[in-house]
Write a protein that binds this ligand. Structure first.
Ligand code: WT7
Length: 655
């Protein structure tokens, strides 16, 4: 993939008609961006006003990137309630507008339209139920739900009562769920009986039961009935949401929260085996997600906005729930997958609900390219005004198809670079302002100061073109504040490699025009279908199998997923390396972590290439996986060079 950087870049300036009605045109971008970095205090003091505060802030920014004393605080003396900003404040002016359009997995089932007034009732009922279950300000609630409106109700209900939610993607295994429940010491887990998706279903309640075998006895369960099928039931522990909601009061107050009180924790993979709990707080996060949602997607009052992500990822938090709802938008929530019942599903949904902005991922686009253009052409996409992409660098083929086939050559495509840690977009075009280049996330958003550092010297490269590691020089309001329960790990992960900067973990190129091109992760994290996977996590799952002595995992280019998972496995002495065992190990990792972590390739490795001090040389393993063995680089530090010859000779069957 990532051929983008090598191709001479085509440039698509913003169309005049678009720029005329857009919030921001090129001149305005230049002017506002300059102001935002010249005086961040003044800029954000003004921007903070897009949110309703209970007690207005006086201090705007109080941030320090110095290793040993990293501290990030925005609007710190202000108080607010995020749920009030996403729901209550719209009741007077937009009470009857649809807040959430829900499109179910099966197109034969009816979609739902939930107005802001109805949303208020649902959220209040959920808030009252949670309070009755003993949840109070500061307590943690894990949300393990399908893509149903109750997932948004649950997030907003937590925000309303000041509880900290941690959403766990419904594709994660019981073990992964359990680790997250214990990791944040959750009081309640909100789940569903089953999660239908692509015509199949996952037994969420049964997964939750398994996860709770290793959790505290006091953890309670609130179960939403999605399919209505029978499930196990533990008296006293399990609570029936649908029954309780019938009785629950549909009004409830909003708890006054400090701007720096945590809003949510979201676990994400890093370069070690343990996922880390990324903590986002209230004030800065909601200001920034509302603002980026408005400017990056050029959202206008009344637009129907669709982000195809799952609420289990940060994209769903920021651009299905918080950003759009803070702006009083209509946000579409889709339970299904792009290719079921057929490859026209996305476009059918766009046509049915007259979607105006469509925000998806390169992996979804690549999966659809192979199915042919007729699936797009048979649906009326005339409501679309803008397309967006996120998750990984978009290859020019996918960009061109998105542009020509979906956008009919005249829609702006915003390629948004950001991370779980950044809370919202950092590098992105503004559709009325920025000339687009296929594969480039182009320019920084307001207030964002990207820098490219030389990875060896740690010095800023100030000339163009430049290539190195991507860091941020100063804070932005939606920056993560800490790793849950481990501030030291936060500092070490993001602030220790390059002193005084936030280190993104991504490699990056800046071209002669000052446009940014992400070249991929520079750590041991791989990007599988736009989802982050720590290779160390897959390795520890593999070595937990009784037959495995050692494992090393790397990414390799995969046509649809962007990167695939390539595993080198050394078996215990005497274990027979068979195809059955390969299949068994694939299944094992899938159940240990979840379907997204299933290895694509397993290669038996009698030995792994190590330095004399015993460090695995991943660089070499990556080259072999990529089938780029002509340029292995320096192998002189290998303890046993013959190991490499064996791995090349027996490279797993992909030519
Ligand atoms: C990593 C963050 C927050 C979005 C969903 C993924 C890669 C993300 C882009 C893009 C090139 C991108 C980076 C980043 N990435 N968007 N537009 N162009 N790369 O969130 O799981 O926290 O992963 O995804 O490598 O570091 P995440």
């Amino acid at each position: 993939m990532n051929t983008a950087a090598k191709t001479a870049a085509a440039v698509y300036p913003p169309r005049k008609e678009f720029a005329q009605t857009a919030h921001v045109d090129a001149d305005r971008y230049a002017e506002l961006y300059a102001a935002s970095v010249a005086d961040p205090e003044a800029f954000w003091r003004e921007e903070g006003k897009r949110i309703d505060w209970i007690r207005p802030y006086e201090t705007v920014k109080n941030t320090d990137f110095t290793l040993g004393q990293v501290s990030i605080r925005w609007f710190e003396d202000g108080t607010l309630n995020v749920c009030a900003n996403c729901v209550d404040r719209h009741l007077e002016t937009r009470g009857d507008r649809t807040a959430i359009i829900w499109e179910p997995d099966d197109p034969k089932d009816a979609p739902k339209h939930i107005s802001y007034r109805e949303l208020h009732g649902h959220v209040c009922r959920m808030a009252n139920i949670l309070e009755d279950m003993g949840v109070r300000k500061g307590d943690r609630v894990v949300i393990y739900l399908p893509m149903i409106p109750e997932a948004a109700y649950a997030m907003l209900a937590c925000a309303r009562i000041g509880a900290v939610h941690s959403v766990v993607f419904a594709g994660f295994s019981p073990d992964a769920l359990g680790a997250r429940i214990n990791g944040c010491d959750a009081k309640v887990v909100i789940t569903a009986d089953y999660a239908p998706r692509g015509g199949k279903k996952t037994a969420l309640k049964s997964n939750t039961d398994k996860a709770l075998l290793h959790a505290k006895d006091s953890v309670k369960v609130l179960m939403v009935r999605r399919t209505g099928e029978q499930t196990s039931w533990v008296q006293g522990r399990d609570h029936d949401y649908n029954e309780l909601a019938l009785e629950a009061d549909d009004v409830s107050g909003c708890v006054e929260m400090g701007a720096e009180d945590p809003l949510f924790i979201l676990y994400t993979s890093g370069s070690t085996g343990q996922p880390k709990g990324v903590v986002h707080t209230s004030g800065g996060y909601i200001v920034y997600t509302a603002m980026t949602h408005e400017y990056v997607f050029d959202y206008h009052e009344g637009d129907v906005f669709w982000c195809t992500a799952d609420v289990g990822w940060v994209t769903g938090h920021s651009y299905i729930v918080y950003g759009p709802l803070a702006n009083g938008a209509t946000t579409l929530m889709f339970e299904g997958v792009p290719t079921w019942p057929d490859a026209g599903r996305f476009w059918e949904v766009c046509a049915r609900h007259k979607v105006n902005q469509f925000y998806s991922a390169p992996t979804a686009i690549r999966a659809l390219i192979g199915q042919g253009t007729e699936w797009v052409e048979k649906h009326d996409l005339s409501s679309l005004k803008l397309l967006g992409t996120v998750g990984e660098p978009i290859n020019p083929e996918a960009w061109n198809w998105y542009n020509e086939v979906v956008g009919k050559g005249h829609l702006p495509i915003v390629d948004t670079w950001w991370q779980t840690e950044t809370g919202g977009h950092l590098l992105t075009p503004l559709p009325g302002a920025t000339p687009l280049k296929p594969g480039s996330a182009t320019k920084p958003f307001f207030g964002v100061q990207p820098v490219i550092l030389d990875p060896h010297t740690g010095e800023e490269i100030t000339t163009n073109p430049a290539e190195g590691v991507l860091c941020l020089k100063d804070s932005w309001p939606a920056q993560m504040r800490t790793v849950w329960g481990d501030h030291e790990r936060f500092e070490k992960t993001y602030f220790s490699d390059y002193k005084g900067y936030y280190f993104s973990g991504d490699g990056c190129r800046r071209d002669a025009d000052g446009d940014y091109w992400i070249t991929g992760r520079v750590d041991d994290v791989i990007n599988v279908s736009g989802h982050r996977m720590g290779t160390a996590e897959v390795e520890s799952a593999l070595v937990a199998h009784e037959t495995v002595a050692e494992a090393a995992v790397v990414g390799y280019p995969h046509e649809i997923k962007g990167q695939g998972i390539y595993c080198y496995v050394t078996l215990m002495n005497g274990v027979e390396p068979t195809d059955e065992l390969k299949a068994e190990l694939q299944k094992w990792v899938r159940t240990e972590i979840g379907p997204i972590a299933k290895p694509d390739v397993i290669q038996w490795a009698p030995g792994l290439p190590k330095t004399r001090s015993g460090k695995i040389m991943r660089r070499i393993l990556r080259k072999i996986a990529e089938n780029d063995t002509g340029s292995l680089g320096d192998t002189s530090t290998l303890a046993d060079p013959s190991v490499v010859d064996d791995l090349i000779a027996n490279r797993a069957g992909r030519e």
